[in-house]
Design a protein around this ligand. Structure first.
Ligand code: PLP
Length: 380
């Protein structure tokens, strides 16, 4: 099919995506095309992306290291700030060693392709993030997709599998639904079947667990079977990601993960800023408390007749509308009222479940959440 035809098909299916040009720092209120919008769109859950302490740390990092790393980590692009950040992250999440990647997408590609190959089998929740799916495809491993959160189905698949190497992969907090995996039960299955458990905590790191240490801390999990991935562009407010686990596993990633080896190191100034970001997370209990209150306020206020607000106790609150076209209309009506809530359509979510993805931040005020609630209740 020609590219022209492919683009026409996207238009016919209401699937064309576009980018909105933001002219101010990330925050509850952003300027877009000269107009101020109240945004429930970013993953800046703690409101750190434009925090003055982080901006100052980034400036300090630029003064110390310049702007670019100049090369990949294994050539000459590994700086003291990267190294210090890895040690800090490993200690923070309670694992032996950590490796800093330039993004969560790269980290997931790296971890799966390093731990699984053609002879192995990977078991993946059907709603896992695209980067995990792409990692599985790239690994060439046998692929088993289990229905969302269905551990009985996963157990049956593990029972039936003859492959020697097994890897179970799950988001800890699902990015488009806000619900959470039962990590202790997943770990138990992995122990029974001698499998690795890869946990993608992109939306849990900084929020869940003691002092924001993430979803392993929330469930009190400490196991040599767990390989943990946390991202640093969401609650941590900057960019990048890390994979943490047993020292030997992390050493193997360093030696074999192509998405780590064959890319320029991320600017060391970001790693320097992230050291402050982790401090802010650790001291961020008041921000997390405010976020929990806003989540409760939103859920109490939204009582839909036709649309659906699935169970979610996290900052990600999806409003399931159904058809792409209706979801787009609602998104446009909100925008006309000065509210920016992203409309998420297939293939990011399953067909027929187009939705608004409301994401809350500790930086929102109760009055701002009330404004969103009123607008949505009027529109339904
Ligand atoms: C669950 C999940 N994993 C991984 C990623 C990728 O992280 P990054 O944006 O740092 O590439 C994201 C979001 O982007 C995500 O939601």
């Amino acid at each position: 099919m020609s590219i022209e035809r492919k683009l026409a098909r996207l238009r016919e299916q209401s699937l064309v995506r576009s980018r909105r040009l933001v002219e101010s720092p990330c925050g509850p209120e952003v300027r877009v095309a000269g107009k101020t919008l109240l945004a429930f769109a970013s993953n800046d859950y703690l409101g750190l992306a434009a925090d003055p302490a982080l901006v100052a740390a980034a400036r300090e990092g630029a003064a110390l290291y310049g702007v670019g790393a100049g090369a990949s980590h294994l050539v000459s692009g590994h700086y003291a700030a990267h190294h210090e950040l890895e040690a800090r992250l490993a200690a923070f999440v309670g694992l032996e060693r950590a490796l800093f990647f330039s993004s969560g997408y790269m980290a997931n590609l790296g971890v799966i392709t390093s731990l699984a190959g053609r002879d192995d089998a990977v078991f993946s929740d059907e709603l896992n993030h695209a980067s995990l799916i792409d990692g599985i495809r790239l690994s060439g491993a046998e692929k088993h997709i289990y229905p969302h959160l269905d551990l009985a189905a996963l157990a049956a698949m593990l029972d039936a599998c003859q492959r020697p190497g097994k890897l179970v992969v799950s988001d800890a907090v699902f990015g488009m639904d806000g619900d959470q995996a039962n990590l202790p039960a997943l770990l138990e299955l992995c122990e029974r079947h001698d499998a690795w458990l890869v946990v993608d905590d992109a939306h849990g790191f900084g929020i869940e667990g003691v002092d924001g240490r993430g979803s392993l801390s929330r469930f009190g999990i400490a196991s040599k079977r767990v390989v943990y991935m946390g991202t640093l562009g969401k609650a941590a407010g900057v960019a990048g990601a890390f994979v943490a686990g047993p020292g030997q596993v992390v050493e193997w990633l360093l030696q074999s993960a192509r998405s780590y080896i064959f890319t320029t190191g991320s600017p060391p100034l970001l790693a320097h800023a992230l050291l402050t970001g982790i401090d802010l997370i650790e001291q961020g209990e008041e921000r997390r408390r405010r976020l929990r209150q806003l989540i409760a306020q939103l859920r109490q206020g939204l009582n839909f007749r036709r649309w659906r607000l699935p169970e979610s106790s996290t900052a990600i609150q999806p409003v399931i509308i159904g058809e792409n076209s209706e979801a787009l209309q609602v998104g446009a009506a909100l925008l006309a009222a000065g509210l920016w809530v992203p409309v998420i359509r297939p293939p990011t979510v399953p067909a027929g479940t187009a939705r608004l993805r409301i994401s809350l931040s500790a930086a929102h005020t109760p009055a701002q959440v009330e404004r969103l609630v009123s607008a949505l209740m009027e529109l339904e």
